[in-house]
Design a binder for this molecule. Sequence first.
Ligand code: ZN
Length: 826
Amino acid sequence: MQKFLLVVLVAFGCFTLTRAQNLQSPSAFLGYDIGTQFSRHHQVIDYFESVAEAVPYNVKVEQYGTTNERRALVLAYISSEENIENLETIRENNLKNTGLLEGEPTNTDVAIVWLSYNVHGNEASSSEAAMLTLYKLLTERKDLLKNTVVIIDPGINPDGRDRYVNWYNETKSTPYDIDQQASEHNEPWPGGRPNHYLFDLNRDWAWATQIETQERLKVYNQWMPHIHVDFHEQGPNEPYYFAPAAEPFHEIISDWQRDFQTQIGQNHVKYFDAEGWLFFTRERFDLFYPSYGDTYPTYMGAIGMTYEQGGHGMSGLGILNDEGHVLTLVERLTHHTVTGLSTVEIASKNAKQLNTEFAKFFDNSNLKYKSYVVKGNQDKLNSLKSLLSKHDIKFENANNGKVSGYDYATGKQGTMSVDANSLVIHTNQPKGKMVKVLFEPNAKLNDSLTYDITAWSVPYAYGLDAIASTSKVSSSKTYEGKMPTVLSEAYGYVSKWNSLKDAQFLADLLKHDFRVRFTEKPFSSNGENFDRGSLIITKGDNKHLEDFFGTLNQIKQKYEQHLTQINSGFSQTTPDIGSPDIKLVNKQKVAVLYGEGTSSLSYGEIWHFFEQQLHYPLTSINTDDLSGTNLNKYNVLIIPNGYYGSVLNENNLQKINDWVQAGGKVIAIDGALRSFAGKDGFSLKYKSSDNYSSNDNLTPYAEREREYTNNLITGAIFKTKIDNTHPMAFGYSKDYFTLKLGSSTYDLLDSGYNVGHLADTKVYSGFAGKDALANLGNTLVFGEERKGSGSFIYFVDNTLFRSFWENGKLFLVNSVFFVNNNAYEL
Ligand SMILES: [Zn+2]
């Protein structure tokens, strides 16, 4: 047997040797010199597959997902023949080394390096670099593969990349024009940066709201690489940025992680210095917000880094930058190839130590908080569980009793009673540091000059009560709630209204032509109390349906809704079901502004919310077409965050006003409020700021940037007082924690409903500059202003921001379906 195998191997060896000669360079495969054209995503994938075919013993390619536009998400595993044969063992050994898999690793000598390219679609040099890096690893740097598994994701965001590349290819001159003003250097809205739903995938790692992230995390968490690099591009006037990163660093980042990213950076310096290339380090890109391609891997134990090449969407194949240098795609991809290879090189040199230090990261016995305990609405708990599962974070159920510790609701020490429905998340588990990052009430910020939001604590985001306990809270294995039972025939049914699930249930009923009522006043029937917003579905209202009972049962099961049966239209406490306070929900026709002027991110959040979360139709109207649009076809017009100077000109404003007077509803989000604030006939007013101190004029030049942070709120959590008798706030309690994203402030409405306002300015989590804070007291958060038969509804804080603030989403649904329900029906 042994001999036979040997013969086969020798024969196979010759065969593979000739096959290896089929290994083509990217240029040979593509038919043009790499960097002289942009390659479309499928060409990049084709190249990777051709390489895997040519050298299957060194490269394995697998598809791990499909994007919204049906493009392939692909990973390549590149290593020595021996390692590729043992790939599964290497993966398991790595997980055993961290405690994520039971058992002792048999070997921990192999470094695992994961290189992610092109997360921002229009930072397009990087997928080109991915091809060249693959080729060089298999030719010039094969030595590195002996003890390293390199995982390459050539394109994290294929839909964005192809949006950019297709636009560029159809726009560019031949030969390319280096003039910055040429059309090929000016991408149209929305640009190639985001994915299909216009989400920034480099803000989505922790929340995993997008399909690309969800699919990637499944593989990422099975592998848990030691090093992760996210390749980006910055403006064409900046040369190159690599590790070490800028402050602030999150406090869980270990000394080893700090040191080793410096070592990696030093290795790049060697290559850049040899060529005389410019670069910078330690500035601008910090390690704090957990949803980036550098921080997320870092909080999962890796050395997570961002590399930024000068270039970006405006640079095309070549551009004359402000320093008089013609920056070419060839140059850009060459730099990214050098840093990629240099990263693998240093990993290979330090493979053993990487493994040892990696393992240490997963010891979480010394974290201050031992357990986080959360309780509240079951749907909200379920959606939190689903988030935790995406990161392989373990949770259990609490045992009956009381827990004490930091109380999120008050921001002080407190006590909370818990039962088997409450969740307990312990920090002494392999993913304990990520638990801390996601849950801790207030992440320690050692420098307020950060690139992003400074607060995200998930109990606030999910609208759950929570205690952080410094001692381990007793818990049992997760208990699965019972599926709701099948309905029996009755006069009608009532469903509570508290969560996105409830809203999805309503949307599905409306899609199936159900006539559904909601109550504007609390009532009790059949011994149960129902709050404002509860949905009422009666047999009598739905005689037009062919199979009322069967369909209702089906939809109810789908959304796991608990429906209470009522046997009469008479209620124990009023209103009765036929009362004018119990209103039919109108099947609203909803439109949203799209295009030039809107923030593509905000538009994308709304689009994604309606299409992928609420599952309710939404019509997008291009801002260019607004003047010619017949608004009378819609009940609701959502205006995303944006800059509407020219879009909402006098004519269009008048048009919108007239439509609202006649019964339309405008929902204006964040920056969109600027179009109405202070205008004639609007109660919405900016709050004047009078905290500008004369000393500001004397702040030295070098300190201006830092001084500026006094005026900043980039994302901090505040407690908002809610008028939950107003339909916009049905399903909420009196307190709501809001993520405030900016320091624009509006006075309370003189004539209108102040549905949410900041009564005080205590910062529950995150950073807020002192001048910004001084102006924040008694300001509007959510409001409604009536005009004629219609309404303007104001969201000062964007509750759909990156789609992760789960508890804010119902405000939007309420605004669409419940607010000013007297407005005309189409
Ligand atoms: Zn980028």
